[in-house]
Design a protein around this ligand. Structure first.
Ligand SMILES: Cc1ncc(COP(=O)(O)O)c(C=O)c1O
Length: 465
């Protein structure tokens, strides 16, 4: 059976079509109604004020008929494109058959487990076990915390400064975003945060790596303040996504793997944002020569945004028993079917190569923009996870400028997202099915907008024309 239409045929169009003001009248009504009914926790429409009618491939149509190019993929979810028919058809069939099976076996469940195992990093394929819990990424993080504590008999958990792992109490404890945590303390005890090596802050990548590894070694070996013995585990994003698309220097994950093995500390790689082909390999940690003890997956693993997350780990760690990680929803079967189909689609249509090639193009275009924009201080990323960092001449983060770029891009029909604790990084994470033309059109919009916003900012400050 052919694996669906080619990527070029998945979209509503190759370029945006904005025919109504944004937000248009119907969008405004729905946004107002939402604000009147839903909790204050709603956030995305504050930056991107649209109400969505439908989406296909790398395009979204709002309820007023405006069509957008989507360079955010629902924050790294729609890797094979919104409503990819190859995925949708199979998920619908599964919905017709059965949606909820707790954790009883179904053929679809076992096929998905095999498919995910076959693409897992390092030596995990054929040697992994998988635990399903609640449907969203943070649930997989919670399971991995319990797995590490159970297997090591220790309490300490280690995360990275600026790392993000989710919104539930354990994942929040691991995350390095103090603004998300301060109202909810105390969180888990025995949590330590260590520096993530940020090449952009150092003369050389080696300097960034050596400094960070030295501090991490002290914590992992139990010699640092805050923990009385080596921790149960250390949780790392192969690229810090929400923290600002920070790509660590070469050798970082290998260094971590070496020291965690030495001290029997689990290395848990959080692939929730970097997984399923996003970085041009199946997983972000495939760019390094390591096998994680465990990895967490979410976001794109449910194919087209069906809710699914999982914790995959070395089978020797499968020491716990029935319901050690309990829950009513232990794997959503239509999402599993969608996940299997997404893996097939990515494989058959060479989307890993495509992510690498188009990602390089996006970075090249930012390089051109950088020539005329001194505020664009760094461009980085891997595959289709790309960040552009904006700072003032004195080094202050330019989050207002990035907000302005985001809202003006929307006005021209391009959805982009941001990153960094200070919100000063423009983050692109489009579907892997983005076409060359869509990439060019989207980057033309970003280039125009950055030029416009930079000129206005400089004029206001009196240091421009
Ligand atoms: C690296 C990483 N881990 C965990 C999470 C939490 O996933 P979820 O929002 O699905 O709970 C996210 C979400 O952005 C993430 O980027």
């Amino acid at each position: 059976m052919p694996t669906g239409p080619p990527p070029a045929e998945l979209h509503l169009s190759q370029r945006p079509a904005v025919t109504e003001p944004i937000p248009g009248p119907r969008s405004s009504d729905l946004l107002d109604e939402q604000a009147a009914k839903e909790a204050n926790t709603v956030a995305y429409p504050l930056s991107l004020p649209i109400a969505i009618d439908s989406a296909r491939g790398a395009t979204i149509e709002d309820v007023d008929g405006n069509v957008y190019l989507d360079f955010s993929a629902g924050i790294g979810v729609a890797n094979v494109g919104h409503s990819n028919p190859y995925v949708v058809d199979a998920a619908k069939d599964q919905l017709d058959a059965v949606a909820h099976t707790i954790d009883f076996p179904t053929e679809a469940r076992l096929e998905f487990i095999d498919a995910l195992d076959s693409i897992a990093p390092g030596t995990l394929p054929g040697n992994s076990r998988i635990a399903f819990g609640g449907p969203t990424g943070t649930n997989a993080i919670e399971a991995s915390i319990k797995l590490a504590k159970y297997n090591t008999g220790r309490n300490g958990i280690v995360g990275f400064e600026d790392g993000y792992h989710g919104g539930t109490m354990g994942a929040l404890s691991l995350s390095g975003w103090s603004s998300y945590k301060s109202d909810y303390t105390p969180l888990l005890p025995d949590v330590v945060h260590v520096p993530y090596p940020r090449p952009q802050d150092y003369e050389t990548p080696e300097a960034a790596l050596d400094g960070a590894l030295e501090e991490i070694r002290a914590v992992v070996s139990g010699r640092a303040d805050g923990l009385e013995e080596p921790p149960a585990g250390i949780w790392v994003e192969p690229i810090q996504g929400s923290g600002g698309v920070v790509v660590p220097p070469e050798g970082f994950l290998e260094g971590l793997a070496e020291m965690t093995a030495e001290h029997d500390v689990l290395l848990i790689v959080d692939e929730i944002q970097t997984g399923m082909g996003r970085t041009g390999e199946w997983f972000g940690s495939d760019h390094a020569d390591i096998t994680p003890d465990a990895m967490t997956v979410g976001k794109a693993v449910g194919g087209i945004g069906l809710p699914l997350s999982a914790t995959v780990y070395r089978e020797e760690l499968d020491t716990w028993g029935p319901s050690a990680h309990a829950g009513t929803f232990r794997g959503h079967v239509p999402a599993m079917v969608a996940g299997t189909r997404a893996i097939e689609y990515i494989d058959e249509h060479d989307l890993l190569d495509r992510a690498t090639r188009i990602g390089a193009y996006l970075q090249d275009r930012f390089g051109e923009i950088q020539e005329d924009c001194p505020h664009l201080v760094d461009v980085r990323g891997r595959g289709l996870l790309v960040g552009a960092e904006f700072r003032d001449a004195d080094g202050s983060p330019l989050s207002d400028l990035v907000d302005s770029i985001q809202s003006r891009c929307l006005q021209r029909g391009l959805v982009v997202w941001t990153a960094g604790i200070e919100g000063h990084v423009l983050r692109l994470l489009p579907p892997l099915v983005l076409t060359d033309e869509q990439a060019r059109v989207g980057m033309d919009i970003i280039q125009d907008v950055v030029e416009e916003v930079t000129a206005e900012t400089d004029t206001r400050r009196g240091d421009g024309v």
